[in-house]
Design a protein around this ligand. Structure first.
Ligand code: SF4
Ligand code: SF4
Ligand code: FES
Length: 269
């Protein structure tokens, strides 16, 4: 039996209890590891320590824990996981804050609303599909120079700024009771789209060039799985790491969808 990491020195150690799953069709199980965090360490650096020496707390040889990460500065959203029962980014989760004492335990689990690829790494394709479903972009691509777009003044830019900080992390979807975990891909367009996409519709419909696609974005949110499926539980706004006013976005888009559907009813007659 190999000695565990904590048995290597007398330094402060903490225990990571990690929900592991080899693949989507395999049963999950917890495994515990002891690590010795440096001052200022985050959860990812502890996972790196395990990767360098994957031996469990009971001294069994194991394997490195799989997780996703990109920016390591809470910008890409890729490292999102459930830490001590709360969904958040593992790169900005500091050990000294959540496990300040020797021997403290931190539980790491993958998000539950997305299929597990392996261990803490999940497949967020459905989240990105929702952005495609709502044309969440500014339509500027072309094969010729279209000239300058409309001038954007600060009083319009400012309210959009916070909406533009969404990093597609999935926290708002993990916390949402209406966001059904793992429907089949063929049902994605009928399942509740989630607060992140609704807020992105608000962002791009407020943009002077982006609003060219305003009608099709609102159409995408009119049917099943659209904005009216929101149950107003307001969990999303509480967990968003960027403090995006998601419930304000949902209310604003709900009103815009109503106005759009009335206008459509009149123009169709
Ligand atoms: S307010 Fe709507 S989107 Fe937000 S958590 Fe509740 S049901 Fe989900
Ligand atoms: S709205 Fe907030 S919680 Fe939701 S995906 Fe964007 S950044 Fe994450
Ligand atoms: S690695 Fe990008 S948000 Fe954590």
């Amino acid at each position: 039996m190999a000695a565990s990491n904590a048995q290597q020195s007398g330094k402060r150690h903490i225990r990571l209890k990690i929900l592991r799953q080899e693949a989507q069709d395999k049963l999950p199980r917890y495994e515990t590891f002891d690590v010795q965090p440096e001052p200022g360490a985050n959860v990812i650096s502890c996972l790196q320590q395990i990767a360098a020496r994957p031996v469990t707390a009971s001294g069994e040889q194991s394997t490195p824990v799989a997780y996703d990460a990109g920016c390591l500065e809470e910008v890409c959203g890729a490292c999102t996981m459930v830490i001590n029962g709360r969904v958040r980014q593992s790169c900005s989760c500091l050990i000294d804050q959540i496990a300040p004492n020797d021997g403290d335990t931190i539980t790491l689990e993958p998000m539950t609303k997305f299929p597990v690829i392996r261990d803490l790494w999940v497949d967020r394709s459905r989240l990105f599909h929702a952005l495609k479903r709502t044309s969440s972009w500014v339509p500027i691509d072309s094969i010729y120079d279209r000239g300058p777009g409309p001038k954007e003044l600060p009083d319009k830019q400012e309210p959009r700024y916070v909406l533009s900080t969404c990093m597609s992390c999935g926290c708002c979807l993990e916390a949402c009771p209406q966001y059904n975990p793992r429907p089949d891909e063929k049902d994605w367009d009928e399942a509740f789209i989630g607060a992140h996409a609704i807020s992105q519709v608000r962002l791009f419909n407020l943009h002077d060039t982006g609003k060219q696609l305003k009608s099709e974005r609102l159409e995408a949110l009119m049917g099943p799985g659209g904005v009216s499926d929101c149950g107003n539980a307001q969990n999303c706004v509480k967990v968003c790491p960027k403090e995006i006013p998601l419930t304000e976005s949902i209310a604003a888009i709900g009103r815009a969808v109503t106005v759009h559907s009335i206008a459509r009813w009149f123009t169709a007659r």
